[in-house]
Design a protein around this ligand. Structure first.
Ligand SMILES: Cc1cc2nc3c(=O)[nH]c(=O)nc-3n(C[C@H](O)[C@H](O)[C@H](O)COP(=O)(O)OP(=O)(O)OC[C@H]3O[C@@H](n4cnc5c(N)ncnc54)[C@H](O)[C@@H]3O)c2cc1C
Length: 565
């Protein structure tokens, strides 16, 4: 793979960081009057030592972190990725061995102090807004997915920061950071994947302690890294005789208390351990309140998880695009570099504009998550925060669905640019292709994301609906734009056509067309919004114009499908 700093070598990412993102707005929200810096001045508590005390300091701090992540990702992880993938994993009796090269590059992340990226300073984390976390994830996923998943799994424990008792947070989060824990999200079971409300693992209480019994499937890094510590955050049924979501609670189960009975042989992610886990009367520590596991905690965690995959999609697609662009400049056919052949140039330019759109969506989604989560963390309840939560509940499934589906399409194109060489294991495209394929399946399939978004889009498009208000506010910011007006008009027709269906199943079956149309419109708007603050407005205007044509074509195609019923 290309060897360079993946933060500084990416012009679009640099433009977002340096020009497009509204840092004062984000920083004021996240830093809450620079309360952490004030806490450090008062107490000298080392957890707050790095807390910025101004917008400029915060921006500089984020830049240093992204620079460091970009350096490790692009100079080291990317160079080891192919060997890591080829070596893969070895399973023997409750134990999984990861490639030594993977352990070595993860050590570089650890030496740079990056693992606690997901946590707030209060619990020993780096204290980063969601948009910085998303950008850091993008850089790392561009280098290697298996390594990034193993390195970043600890971030799943962000759910504890939100829902565990203060005592449990202090017990677990600093320990996880200090000892480099892996964290598995124990949701799926052999018979229940999308259908989480039916999960069957049981938790019973004896002498004031909880014990879990059941089988969890597809548990990423539940094994830990070569003997290193791990926990599983497991969803289990506590209410006697209950069915459905309300009987489910959330538990911390330690690695020593469960058995890894095997790992999956998979299409991709060859060095990411997907474990089958047996819980046999395994001690578990209840997180938060009994019965809130799925309905409050897992659901509450979803917006962050969806943005994680949205960033993964951008990272993988960027890897494919950058590699394809380099190859197309070097590969000569018919006496010229293939980048000069119109059919190849067409694939490359589609990749460029789609990645620009995906990155806009990632940045917007992450910013919106902060707009309701930061006030929530600071104990502020406001109508504005509630509005942003509603928008987040619609834009995050859209981001997850769009970026994961598009990442698959773009890597397919990138492989095509490599011709036969792309199909071999000599280059990185085959691995990227295999690794991309899971993004639209795990953490909720595309179909489940569509189910999650459709209500917010349809109800939100009512006369006073929140999605309409959100679209109107973006439209107002960008001013008059004929291309966008055409897409919006067509989108309104799409919504109307869907509303006219009387049969519930027909509605469900045609939801994708509505959600895809909503995604195209919002992306077109976000690309224009980004251009307002960008330096190279002329280049962006060209990308935007081509993207809007694609959007109009897609939304019009969906309208035709919906009208046909
Ligand atoms: C590599 C890998 C890593 C994973 N890591 C984890 C992990 O760490 N923790 C964890 O808990 N799980 C993990 N998973 C599981 C993953 O989240 C599930 O595979 C995923 O949610 C889909 O569930 P399923 O495989 O049971 O498919 P199913 O739920 O059986 O779905 C099959 C098909 O039916 C569709 N479908 C199902 N229900 C609906 C519906 N209501 N509406 C529309 N379409 C529907 C789906 O979209 C899909 O196309 C992992 C999976 C893999 C492959």
């Amino acid at each position: 793979m290309i060897q360079s700093n993946y933060f500084t070598d990416n012009a679009d990412l640099q433009e977002h960081f340096g020009q497009i993102i509204d840092w004062p707005g984000i920083i004021e929200l996240y830093e809450n009057g620079f309360a952490d810096a004030a806490e450090f001045r008062k107490t000298k508590n080392p957890r707050y030592e790095m807390a910025p005390s101004s917008v400029e300091e915060a921006q500089q701090y984020y830049k240093e972190i992204l620079n460091s992540a970009g350096e490790i990702a692009g100079m080291h992880v990317s160079q080891a990725a192919q060997a890591i993938d080829r070596e893969g994993l070895k399973y023997t009796d409750n134990n999984v061995i990861h490639p030594q090269k993977m352990i070595d590059v993860i050590q570089k992340y650890r030496d740079a102090g990056l693992p606690p990226i997901a946590f707030r300073r209060k619990y020993g984390g780096l204290g980063l807004p969601s948009v910085v976390k998303a950008m850091a994830s993008e850089l790392m996923y561009r280098a290697d997915t298996s390594t990034t998943i193993a390195m970043g799994s600890m971030g799943l424990a962000g759910i504890l920061e939100k829902h565990a008792s203060e005592e449990a947070k202090e017990k677990w989060i600093p320990k996880m950071i200090a000892e480099n824990y892996c964290v598995a999200m124990g949701l799926s079971e052999p018979d229940f994947g999308s259908d989480l409300p039916s999960v069957r693992t049981k938790a019973v209480q004896r002498d004031g302690k909880w014990y879990l019994t059941g089988t969890k499937r597809f548990q990423t890094v539940a094994c830990g890294l070569n003997g290193g510590p791990a926990i599983m955050l497991a969803l289990a049924r506590t209410g006697e005789g209950t069915t459905g979501a309300k009987g489910l609670s959330f538990f911390i189960v330690e690695r020593k208390d469960y058995k890894v009975t095997g790992i999956e042989k998979k299409l991709g992610l060859k060095a990411s351990a997907t474990c089958e886990v047996a819980l046999e009367d395994s001690p578990g520590e209840l997180v938060g309140k009994e019965g809130y596991g799925l309905v409050r905690y897992v659901i509450g965690m979803l917006n962050g998880a969806r943005m994680g995959i949205a960033a993964q999609g951008v990272g993988l697609a960027t890897a494919g695009y950058m590699e394809a662009k380099k190859y197309a400049a070097e590969r000569i056919q018919f006496g010229k570099p293939i980048q000069e052949i119109p059919a190849v140039a067409r694939m490359l330019s589609r990749m460029e504009r789609e990645i620009a759109a995906m990155r806009c969506l990632m940045v917007e989604g992450a910013t919106i998550v902060d707009r309701y989560q930061c006030p929530e963390f600071n104990g502020v309840v406001s109508d504005e925060a509630r509005y942003w939560e509603k928008i987040a509940n619609t834009i995050t499934p859209i981001s997850k669905y769009y970026n994961s589906e598009m990442c698959n399409e773009l890597i397919d194109d990138a492989l095509q640019v490599f011709g036969g060489s792309g199909y071999t294991e000599d280059y990185d495209l085959a691995r990227l292709y295999r690794d991309a394929r899971i993004t639209n399946i795990y953490d909720g399939t595309t179909q489940i994301q569509v189910n999650a978004a459709i209500g917010g889009v349809i109800a939100g498009m009512a006369a006073q609906g929140q999605w309409r208000q959100y679209l109107d506010s973006l439209t107002k910011q960008i001013g008059k734009n004929d291309a966008i007006s055409d897409i919006r008009a067509r989108f309104e027709e799409v919504v109307e056509a869907w509303r006219k269906f009387e049969d519930r199943e027909v509605k469900e079956g045609m939801s994708f067309e509505v959600v895809e149309s909503a995604a195209r419109l919002v992306n077109s708007l976000l690309m224009e919004k980004a251009t307002l603050r960008a330096t190279d407005k002329a280049t962006r205007a060209k990308l935007n114009a081509a993207y809007h044509v694609d959007s109009l074509a897609t939304v019009t195609g969906n309208l035709i499908r919906l009208r046909a019923g």
